[in-house]
Design a protein around this ligand. Structure first.
Ligand SMILES: [Zn+2]
Length: 176
């Protein structure tokens, strides 16, 4: 979706601003806040820069299934290399119908689904959720062996804390 067409831009000049520029989406428009003293050239330059930045940020939201699969392949090579084909999924995809869980894995058909709700979370959190589901290809249940596999990921504890925090804040405790 990002970059499909040029948005309507509304530039707001502020006398209070000195050097800082910010931008946000407001419905169909993009509002760009710039310091009042900016020249026209600076305004044009900064509007372009802020639009590019916004699109880059939103591009993250449009992470594709292909990118997700590549990410899973990289993680598998890093952490589960010795399991060979056992840790290779048949498909890894984003899903929007999975509000109760961050990710899920069906070891029988080797498919992994990841909730769109984590799409804009930091890379290291997405990696944790993916690695967790990859580990289920090797050990289906949450036993000690499973957690030892997940524990190979250095930020596993931190990511779990992050996800628990998000779930608590939304008043919607989630499992995996
Ligand atoms: Zn699990």
């Amino acid at each position: 979706m990002a970059g499909a067409r040029k948005p309507v831009v509304e530039v707001r000049r502020s006398q209070r601003r000195r050097r800082t520029v910010s931008a946000y989406r407001d419905g169909e428009r993009v509002v760009v806040l710039i310091p009042d003293q900016f020249s026209r050239a600076e305004e044009t330059e900064w509007v372009d820069r802020m639009l590019a930045r916004l699109e880059a940020r939103e591009g993250r939201l449009a992470r594709s299934d292909d990118e997700l699969f590549d990410r899973a392949t990289r993680l598998r090579g890093l952490y589960f290399a010795e399991y060979g084909d056992r840790a290779v999924p048949v498909s890894v995809r984003w899903v929007t119908n999975q509000n109760g869980r961050w990710g899920s894995c069906t070891p029988a058909d080797r498919t992994i689904r990841i909730s769109h709700r984590i799409q804009d979370m930091p890379d290291w959190v997405i990696d944790y959720v993916l690695l967790h589901e990859l580990a289920h290809l090797i050990v289906p249940s949450h036993n000690a062996r499973f957690w030892a596999l997940v524990g190979r990921y250095p930020k596993a504890e931190r990511a779990r804390g992050y996800l628990e925090g998000v779930a608590a804040a939304s008043g919607n405790p989630l499992g995996d």
